[in-house]
Design a protein around this ligand. Structure first.
Ligand code: NOJ
Ligand code: CA
Length: 568
């Protein structure tokens, strides 16, 4: 089938964590063939694009975000022929691929880095950030803990790493390095890749001089994001990359840009912006105070979530399509995060789906979200696999929390929550593999019988509800309104997130209740498009005060009359 040319805002993107999607060769590790085998299921879900987490050769210290060769496939995942087939088979189903590009750093096992360390006079030495001296150049803490500086064995020289010490940062200052990067992008474009997710891309600009920072923890260090994230001058590189690689070929790009100030959005996603869209994490990180320390928990209410979404959407809609996401491979399951004690409530799960699909922005679903997967609570630190979870446990202990408290914080945020094997069915390893998987299956979800097979043919399942939501966005009278309509947040009960989406003469009102009990809220009369409760009158009526009663976790999408201009 010939691929249709879609506008970016018409995409429905599904994120696959290849290691955990489907194993086909009995080694307990997901692979590309496993994805190919499920393309029909993905087509039936209605998605238009797959964001594939890194599939490159890697020592897997950070599960592939430590790339050892950008132009090859990790043998655990298959071969380049498998990759070509995946691109082709997906294309036949009108699904395109978005590759994860990790360009802030490589693996320390990349041949460039190996050469750089062996030979300080080599050109590759100039591809990384080295500082000479007997002492660490400053006291910055890396994202995964410890110093950002690692001593080169046998020399008075340190290399810089924002993330793990197996992830040395690249030196974007060097034009020769930038050329290498553009060639990598060309390589994948020639293979038919039309979209890229730019990992940690706002870390690539470093300051001219390193200086000591005021400590923000008992380790005497200061988090490096204060210095190396969104550093002035960053945009010069991003614009150059866009000019050279993306712009003229209509490549879709999404920047992972945590902490991006809203007043810079135009440069990123405006008419002459360097990316198609960016991720804003403020709503996803509302349960932690600093955005990166999992033990600094924040209390939050529905109204706080609403406020964050409102601020984000209203800034982003001035410029570009934006993104709408609730989960990814770095986030816990949204059910546990937003529904808390009601994490397994089917109405709550569907309500979250309605929230995401109703919001303005290209929807990004993370594998398992469409089944309403929940977090997996570990009982011992030894069960953790993720580099960040292990570090956060140690940091919490260092900051005075008991082992029990530290594990609790990690359980709430651990990246392993999202990374567990996909539950296809109720067989031993959830149908993911017939061998012991690389990461244990989520037993708590298994006990609740959450799996694809149980939901596939059930019209009331969370999966079926996601399918309805996707088809509303993709191919209904409401597609334009949902894909490109303006968003405006509405007044109402403080446990309800309410907003309208409006384009030309059409207007939709979306109401999402986060309450586990009935609540009364403002509404407008209209025709029901979709509700997460079955028994609902299509004709939406309101009382004389303009109110309606929503049942626990009820979500409604209503076609309303367009507000008159002077009401706005
Ligand atoms: C962001 C990725 O999403 C995360 O998984 C990874 O650990 C870091 N960047 C480092 O590449
Ligand atoms: Ca395998």
């Amino acid at each position: 089938m010939k691929q249709q040319k879609r506008k970016p805002e018409q995409e429905i993107i599904y994120q696959i964590y290849p290691k955990s999607f489907q194993d086909t060769n009995h080694d307990g590790i997901g692979d590309l063939r496993g994805i190919i085998n499920h393309l029909d299921d993905l087509r039936d879900l209605g998605i238009t694009m797959i964001w594939l987490c890194p599939i490159y050769p890697s020592p897997m210290e950070d599960n592939g975000y430590d790339v050892a060769d950008y132009k090859a496939i990790h043998p655990d995942f298959g071969t380049m022929e498998d990759m070509d087939r995946l691109i082709e088979e997906a294309g036949k189903r009108d699904i395109s691929l978005m590759l994860d590009l990790v360009l802030n750093h490589t693996s320390s096992r990349h041949k460039w880095f190996e050469k750089a360390v062996q030979d300080p006079g080599s050109k590759e030495h100039g591809y990384y950030i080295f500082e000479k001296g007997k002492e660490e150049p400053n006291n910055l803490r890396s994202v995964f803990g410890g110093s950002v500086w690692e001593k080169v064995r046998g020399r008075n020289e340190y290399y810089f790493h924002s993330f793990g010490k197996g992830q040395p940062d690249l030196n974007w200052e060097n034009p020769a390095l930038r050329q290498e990067i553009y060639q990598i992008i060309e390589f994948w474009k020639r293979k038919g890749i039309k979209a890229f997710r730019m990992d940690a891309i706002n870390f690539i600009k470093k300051p001219e001089k390193w200086r000591r920072m005021e400590a923000d923890g008992p380790d005497g260090r200061c988090k490096c994001t204060k210095v190396v994230r969104n550093h002035p001058g960053l945009l010069d590189y991003l614009h150059e990359m866009n000019e050279k690689c993306f712009k003229s070929d209509g490549i879709v790009t999404v920047g992972e840009t945590a902490g991006l100030p809203y007043d810079q959005l135009e440069e990123y996603i405006g008419k002459n912006g360097c990316f198609t869209m960016v991720f804003d994490f403020r709503h996803a990180d509302l349960d932690i105070r600093s955005g990166d320390e999992w033990f600094s928990r924040a209390e939050w209410k529905t109204a706080d979530l609403k406020k964050r979404l409102e601020v984000s959407c209203s800034h982003i809609q001035k410029y570009g399509p934006g993104t709408s996401f609730l989960e990814n491979h770095d986030q816990p399951r949204v059910t546990t995060k937003y529904l808390r004690k009601d994490q397994d409530d089917p109405y709550g799960k569907k309500m979250l789906g309605m929230l995401q699909m109703g919001l303005r922005g290209v929807p990004f679903l993370f594998q398992g979200q469409e089944l309403g997967m929940i977090n997996f609570e570990r009982t011992d630190v030894s069960e953790l696999e993720d580099i960040s979870s292990i570090d956060q446990f140690g940091r919490a202990r260092e900051c005075g929390y008991s082992a029990e408290e530290a594990l609790h914080f990690v359980n709430l945020r651990s990246r392993d929550n999202a990374r567990v094997p996909y539950p296809w069915n109720e067989e031993k390893y959830g149908g993911f593999s017939d061998a012991d998987p690389w990461l244990a299956c989520n037993e708590q979800a298994q006990k609740r019988r959450i799996c694809f097979e149980n939901q596939k043919n059930d019209p009331d399942s969370v999966l079926s509800f996601y399918k309805k939501l996707i088809s509303l966005r993709k191919s209904s009278d409401w597609s334009d309104t949902l894909n490109a309509g303006r968003i405006r947040f509405e007044e109402g009960n403080e446990e309800v997130i309410a907003f309208t989406r409006q384009k030309e003469e059409k207007e939709l009102l979306v109401l999402c209740s986060f309450a586990d009990h009935p609540v009364k809220t403002l509404c407008r009369k209209g025709t029901l498009i979709l509700d997460n409760y079955k028994e609902t009158d299509m004709n939406v009526k309101v009382d004389e005060e303009g109110m309606i009663i929503l049942r626990p976790f009820e979500a409604m999408m209503i076609e309303t009359e367009k507000r008159r201009e002077n009401d706005e």
